[in-house]
Design a binder for this molecule. Structure first.
Ligand code: PLP
Length: 397
């Protein structure tokens, strides 16, 4: 059983803050500053260019991929890190479409994160071959699977409501129809077990700055199913995805397997932060994290429903159908969240009316959940949100 007191001790959170926003930006692990400082002072400052070899900088993207692999249920050597999630989505889409030249439909859902959908639309315009994007409501995706669909691309957990797709079921149905599958685990990786190898999903993409706590601008990751990776042609054929980058050959030859989805120079300092943040998984089990998150989520839902009649649950009530966040609706949601944050309980807001709370047992327990409920009740009962200071929207909500 995971010792959650020990995992909590690995994070450095400001005193007096109940942080329920780790689904958006994970907090800093205590080891991160030293690890990044070492990368700056010793590896860069003293080692200079030799550190590409001596400090293992060039191997970082794949080494970190190997650390992420168990959390998404895949073997080492099938995940690489780098770039941002938007780029990894684009790479998976372009590779997937090339595998299905006769099919014209890309199926996603209307709740997907906008950048994933923008990437589809941009690629469709670039290819100019008559592809189209279909985005039915999430509950109806299965009804739209057909042999005209080239790619099914879904984000497992909805970033606003926390609604969770049934991965095993949807991927199996899609595979039976010869559809390429892309699974975005931005809100799953580090929050709940993802069984990617067993479901035989073709591509898994995700980011590390949410539940994996790599810090702002941390790298994304991509997994390609074993057996498929050697068949795909990278659309972004970068020099570091070449079989022999330092041959400086003008003819592109892809590297083995998932390594061909590396593009350019890795963000070494961000990767040092991710490396330190991943140490918590040496003592934490993702299965225990999931079980504890469900307990804490139930506690939050029950507490809010008892104490805050003005809030409506926006997340599925059934735990298995939810990711690791709980959302509520309120017509003045933005101001309510600002009032809450001013009182040391940090969640966030998503337009038009969603209050989001990330449930992250690595560093959150019952005390923070209870404080969140009590503070929310006070803000609503006393209309503390009704203050002009809480109405002006900042650029990042
Ligand atoms: C957070 C998130 C992103 C962010 O993409 P970046 O390129 O890393 O900014 C993309 N897709 C989903 C589903 C997300 O939740």
């Amino acid at each position: 059983m995971t010792d959650f007191a020990a995992t909590r001790a690995m994070f450095d959170l400001p005193v007096g803050v109940a942080y329920l926003d780790g689904n958006s930006l994970g907090p800093m692990a205590r080891k991160v500053p030293d690890r990044v400082q070492r990368a700056i002072r010793e590896e860069w400052g003293e080692g200079l260019i030799a550190s590409w070899n001596d400090a293992g900088w060039m191997a970082l993207p794949d080494r970190l991929g190997d650390r992420i692999a168990p959390l998404i249920g895949v073997s080492p050597g099938t995940v690489t890190t780098g770039d941002t999630l938007s780029i990894k989505v684009y790479q998976a889409l372009a590779a997937g479409l090339a595998l299905k030249p006769g099919r014209r439909t890309i199926l996603s859902d209307s709740g997907n994160f906008p950048t994933d959908l923008y990437m589809v639309e941009g690629l469709i315009r670039t290819l100019d071959r008559g592809h189209r994007l279909k985005t039915p409501p999430p509950e109806e995706v299965a009804d739209h699977l057909s042999e005209d669909v080239a790619i099914l691309m879904l984000t497992e957990v909805d970033y606003r409501t926390g609604r969770r797709h049934d991965m095993a079921d949807l991927v199996a149905r899609a595979r039976a129809l010869g559809i390429v599958t892309i699974w975005d685990v931005a809100h799953s990786a580090g929050a709940l077990p993802v069984d990617a190898a067993r479901t035989s999903v073709d591509f898994v993409v995700g980011c590390t700055y949410k539940f994996l706590n790599s810090g702002p601008g941390g790298p994304a990751f991509i997994h390609v199913r074993e057996g498929l990776a050697d068949r795909i042609e990278p659309a972004l054929a970068g020099w570091l995805g070449h079989a022999a980058p330092f041959d400086f050959d003008t003819a592109y030859r892809p590297a083995d397997a998932v390594r061909r989805l590396r593009v350019g120079t890795p963000p070494v300092l961000q990767m040092a932060a991710l490396d330190a943040a991943m140490d918590v998984w040496d003592i934490a089990s993702i299965h225990d994290v999931r079980a504890r998150a469900l307990e804490l989520s139930e506690r939050l839902i029950a507490g809010v429903e008892a104490a805050c009649p003005g809030l409506a649950l926006a997340s599925p009530r059934e735990g298995a159908r939810r990711g690791s966040q709980v959302s509520f609706r309120h017509p003045r949601g933005y101001a309510v969240m600002q009032a809450l944050i001013a009182r040391g309980v940090v969640g966030d807001f998503r337009a038009p009316d969603i209050l989001r709370f990330g449930i992250t047992p690595l560093y959150l327990g019952e005390a923070e959940i209870d404080r969140c409920v009590a503070t929310l009740a006070e803000v609503l009962d006393r209309r503390l949100w009704d203050d002009p200071a809480y109405a002006a929207r900042a650029a990042v909500t």
